[in-house]
Write a protein that binds this ligand. Structure first.
Ligand code: DGL
Length: 274
């Protein structure tokens, strides 16, 4: 059953389910409300203004459903909308509520994982263009060299379950090779898009064993646990009945089918319209 104040988890589509799943393992008592804006995904190639507008709509909807804390489990939304929402909108909407992203927690960890101090980022066009990973990584480790590769076809490939077709694998290989050609000293690659954990194993199989591929789910889950411990005034407002409820802007039947691939559990979503 849905609680009165679940933790909201937002993604443009299915990718955030990879984050939700890790968060639920870490915080099994909490209630969660997932929202996928599947009808308008992908966000990756959209402008700053549009990603901000859509993300703000999603945050408002999750607030209206009782959430006091919303996680933008989407790198593109975190890169393009988070700061404006935190600084400009939240004080007007409800200063006691919180919206958190996935880029800062990931970069805090990555700096400690690389030995060569050469990091690669694979992400959507929007996240790459925003330079968010480069800026945040260099805050924690100014000595770190960061190279990025945008992978504009990966999300459409994964959403349509075509990522392991011959053509899909070739596209993935080509983008990874382009990243490594930019900097052969890369020893750590962060998957800066929540869809990419679905191809984590394949990526590991096509790079040297000396290169570690890092997905964000566990990192975000650990950081969220820590955040809630540090903010008891917020955690006490989040209800804890171990429930999860799914909202989508897409036909719920389509969402249920695809979400099951990401979560490996049956999903029963509710369709909503903004
Ligand atoms: N899952 C989103 C991310 O982490 C991107 C998907 C999209 O392009 O909508 O960036």
């Amino acid at each position: 059953m849905q609680g009165d104040s679940p933790i909201g988890v937002f993604d443009s589509g299915y990718g955030g389910l990879t984050i939700l799943s890790e968060i639920r393992k870490k915080l099994p008592d909490y209630d969660f409300l997932y929202l996928g804006d599947n009808a308008r995904a992908p966000y990756g190639n959209r402008s700053f203004d549009i990603v901000y507008e859509y993300t703000l709509e999603a945050v408002k909807l999750l607030f209206s459903r009782g959430c006091h804390l919303v996680i933008l489990a989407c790198n593109t939304a975190s890169a393009k909308a988070l700061r404006t929402i935190q600084q400009q909108d939240l004080p007007l909407l409800d200063p006691s509520k919180r919206v958190l992203g996935v880029i800062r927690p990931s970069t805090e960890e990555i700096g400690q994982l690389t030995k060569s101090k050469h990091v690669g980022v694979l992400a959507t066009e929007g996240t790459v263009q925003s330079q968010s990973y480069v800026i945040e990584l260099q805050k924690f480790g100014p000595e770190i060299t960061v190279n990025q590769q945008s992978c504009p076809l990966w999300v459409p490939l994964i959403e349509s379950n075509e990522h392991f077709s011959e053509a899909g694998k070739n596209i993935i290989l080509k983008d990874v090779s382009s990243l490594l050609a930019k900097d052969p000293k890369i020893d750590t690659i962060i998957l800066g898009c929540t869809h990419y954990p679905l191809i984590h194993e394949f990526l590991t199989s096509i790079v040297s064993p000396k290169i570690q591929i890092v997905s964000q789910g566990k990192i975000v889950a650990n950081k969220l646990e820590q955040y809630l411990l540090n903010h008891p005034e917020l955690s006490v407002r989040c209800t804890k009945n171990s429930s999860v409820h799914f909202l989508t802007t897409e036909d719920s039947k389509i969402f249920n089918e695809n979400a099951t691939r990401f979560l490996r559990n049956a999903v029963h979503a509710e369709t909503i319209h903004f």
